[in-house]
Design a protein around this ligand. Structure first.
Ligand code: FES
Length: 143
């Protein structure tokens, strides 16, 4: 017979996530449990899928608050269906691409700082991201 609900130890074992992390996720509202008469936590089996989504989202680099917001936006806080996951993963891919673009720009700007040392508010694109002179390329532009 298959149990309908999982204890925290079994959930940790089956998900590969430490009990302490499960408690943390619960405190943050990412997963939910019910309490037995003996005050032990019991989790629905669907929490395993929810945890899989959380782990993938964390691997992508999303903050827990963003993950919680995405999960909360699902109807009745349900565990993501296949369709939900397609939509979430597509949105998160877009976020990842934007972060890659930003990091690539920062890396390229850092290239200009290497060997420069000016750290100028006027010239260094990393000191002042909105500086117009930075649009002319990394490195000092004033003598
Ligand atoms: S230190 Fe960044 S451009 Fe000089």
């Amino acid at each position: 017979m298959v149990a309908k609900e999982l204890g925290v130890g079994e959930l940790a074992e089956r998900s590969g996530i430490a009990v302490s992390a499960l408690h943390f996720y619960e405190v943050k509202g990412l997963i939910h449990s019910v309490r037995t008469g003996g005050n032990q936590r019991r989790y629905a089996r669907s929490v395993l899928r929810r945890l899989a989504v959380i782990k993938v989202a964390q691997r992508v680099g999303l903050p827990l608050a963003d993950i919680a917001r995405a999960l909360d936006a699902l109807p009745s806080g349900r565990t993501p269906t296949v369709a939900d996951w397609r939509r979430l993963s597509a949105a998160w891919k877009q976020e990842l691409e934007e972060r890659i673009k930003t990091l690539t720009q920062l890396r390229d700007q850092l290239d200009g700082c290497i060997g420069c040392g000016c750290l100028s508010l006027k010239a260094c694109p990393l000191r002042n991201a909105d500086d117009e002179m930075a649009q002319q390329g990394a490195g000092p532009h004033f003598d």
